[in-house]
Design a protein around this ligand. Structure first.
Ligand code: G3P
Length: 219
């Protein structure tokens, strides 16, 4: 399972990149706002800076809700960076735009997916990846990870090439469960990446090795 960072915060992306495990980045308007990125020009600057740090797919979300607007934005976004994934919502307009843009060779991240049916539609419309929002389903009392597992199973059954990108990941256990479910990618906040590195026994072990090393020098 590849790890993407789910943030538009360039500092977090720099820190994540230093670990050498980040294979891509997903952004959206909420994440842009959280990172203090306001307006299309600032979004473009941030995405271009992100692309200079991470040599992998960078998802850029459309703002329009109508087909024409989505297509226009998608065509603009692909001129920004070399590996854009155009993020389109799981709406009727989104599916229509997915078909048009994927037919033109663009990579699509189908976002805001909350059902197997939406995932099936996105795959038919040519999505490169589909993003079930795990945490937001958990929020309303439905098991988001069950949806990830179900999409993975069905896509395998039909040899569908669309990758399953577990999104709205909130904590380290979500990462384990996404991997267990067979997600191809998990996009995670920087805080979750930090959580993934942590284990108290590792810290205790490092401290003990150092203590023993010091003791050994005292004879
Ligand atoms: O990957 C989608 C993500 O940004 C949404 O996360 O925590 O707002 O549901 P959240």
């Amino acid at each position: 399972m590849k790890l993407f960072l789910d943030t538009a915060d360039v500092d977090e992306i720099r820190r994540g990149a230093r670990l050498g495990v980040v294979k891509g980045v997903t952004t959206n308007p909420s994440l842009a706002a959280k990172a203090g990125v306001g307006g299309m020009e600032a979004y473009k600057d941030a995405v271009q800076e992100i692309a200079s740090i991470i040599d992998g797919p960078i998802s850029i979300e459309v703002i329009s809700t109508d087909v024409e607007g989505m297509i226009t934005e998608g065509k603009d976004y692909v001129t920004w960076i070399s590996k854009p994934w155009i993020k389109l919502p799981s709406t009727p307009a989104g599916f229509e735009a997915m078909k048009v843009l994927s037919d033109e060779g663009m990579e699509i991240n189908q976002t805001l997916c909350f059902s197997v049916n939406q995932a099936l539609l996105g795959a038919q419309a040519g999505a490169t990846a589909v993003s079930p929002f795990v945490g937001r389903m958990d929020d309303i009392g439905q098991r988001g990870m069950d949806l990830v597992a179900e999409i993975v199973t069905i896509f395998r059954q039909y040899d569908i090439k669309t990758e399953v990108l577990a999104a709205s990941i909130r904590h380290a256990l979500h990462c384990v469960e996404a991997a267990r479910a067979g997600a191809h990618i998990a996009t995670i906040p920087y805080s979750v990446l930090e959580q993934m590195t942590q284990h108290p026994l590792t810290d205790i072990g490092v401290a003990r090795f150092l203590e023993d090393w010091e003791k050994s020098k005292q004879g």
